[in-house]
Design a protein around this ligand. Structure first.
Ligand code: SAH
Length: 237
């Protein structure tokens, strides 16, 4: 799989792909990252990429002609092109799962007051936000999306089972994790995790996920498909 970023600041977003799990995934040939800078397609001596908004208002808007040429230089018929935008639909684990199956993902980063609407109208397969807040540019959003997608590409994570237990994998939050030492600052690791009783551990973890989701994310809990066992676990005291 290849992920290309279209960004005025390629160094920033590529830096995130250069360490740890994503670095190893590239070295193993599982994934490639690249970047295209719209400034390289600007036509004037000042290499202008933005202009003031029609209709007035503050700030600058990224020009459609320059950004369009940058996109034309990178996309093919097989590309899936996603724009980052605080007004887009909320990016979630569901998008990450679907996009991890694409052969080529292009992530477009806006800057300043955003991008001329016609570019998304012409090219976008998706327009996504990473949350209800406004960033200075799409680079962090694109890095977040690329990271979430890349870790789902087969082989990128050492043990694929860890994906099944992730938060959101089945609509629930994750359970708390502990490692040695068994006691730290007077806080003990829950007995059941040291019992070696796999069935008891499985039930405990499932219950923690249910309780955490109900307490912190009632929106997810309302949609979660609960089993008979789940209902029993929630009734336990
Ligand atoms: N006034 C504009 C601000 C644009 S922010 C607006 O409200 O839309 C500039 C760029 O940052 C956007 O084009 C987008 O690429 C990126 N960005 C900002 N916040 C984002 C978010 N929550 N999710 C995804 N991208 C975001």
């Amino acid at each position: 799989m290849k992920i290309d970023f279209v960004t005025l600041f390629p160094e920033t977003v590529l830096a995130w792909t250069d360490f740890s799990i994503l670095r190893r995934a590239q070295d193993a040939g599982l994934i490639q990252f690249g970047a295209v800078n719209p400034r390289d397609f600007a036509k004037d001596a000042h290499r202008t990429v933005d202009d003031s908004p029609y209709g007035g208002g503050p700030g600058m808007v990224m020009k459609p002609d320059v950004l369009g040429e940058a996109l034309d230089s990178v996309h093919t018929e097989d590309s899936f092109i996603a724009f980052t935008d605080p007004s887009g639909e909320l990016f979630s684990q569901r998008h990450a799962r679907e996009w991890s199956k694409k052969s080529h993902l292009v992530l477009v980063c806006g800057h300043y007051e955003g991008i001329d609407q016609r570019v998304a109208d012409e090219y976008a397969d998706a327009i996504v936000s990473i949350g209800d807040f406004v960033l200075t540019g799409g680079e962090l959003a694109a890095a977040v999306i690329a990271d979430a997608v890349a870790r789902l590409v087969p082989g990128v994570l050492g043990s694929p089972e860890s994906l099944d237990e992730d938060a959101f994998a089945d609509g629930l939050l994750s359970y708390p994790q502990y490692t040695r030492p068994p006691e730290w600052k007077g806080r003990r690791v829950p007995e059941v995790l040291q019992s070696g009783d796999h069935e008891a551990i499985r039930r405990w973890r499932r219950k923690q996920r249910l309780l955490a989701t109900r307490a912190r994310r009632p929106d997810l809990f309302a949609k979660a498909p609960l089993t008979d066992e789940d209902i029993d676990l929630l009734r336990e005291r």
